[in-house]
Design a protein. Structure first.
Length: 95
């Protein structure tokens, strides 16, 4: 991989639970946060941690912490909402 390898991250908003993210370039990477910024920061952190412990021969395609860059995408319906507003989980008490 060359300098500036792109990692795409898709963010979706689950209205009563918060932000969720996945990446097609990092198998099995999922996570989230209560705000878009928190979700975005966690996604970048997880990719860097993943790459920091890897080599070219173990599935990262030669990407390193130094060569990776990010493209964050937000699902269209989420843009209608405040992306910086924390989402409070609504959990009903057991009956």
């Amino acid at each position: 991989m060359s300098a500036g390898d792109l990692i795409r991250v898709l963010h979706t908003l689950e209205p009563e639970f918060g932000w969720h993210f996945v990446s097609p370039e990092v198998e099995g990477m999922v996570g989230g946060g209560s705000t878009y910024d928190e979700s975005r920061n966690r996604a970048e952190y997880l990719v860097r941690v993943h790459l920091a412990g890897r080599t070219e021969t173990d599935g990262t395609g030669g990407r390193t912490v130094q060569t990776v860059r990010f493209a964050h995408f937000v699902e269209e319906h989420a843009t209608e909402l405040q992306i910086d507003e924390p989402v409070a989980p609504s959990i009903a008490p057991p009956v």
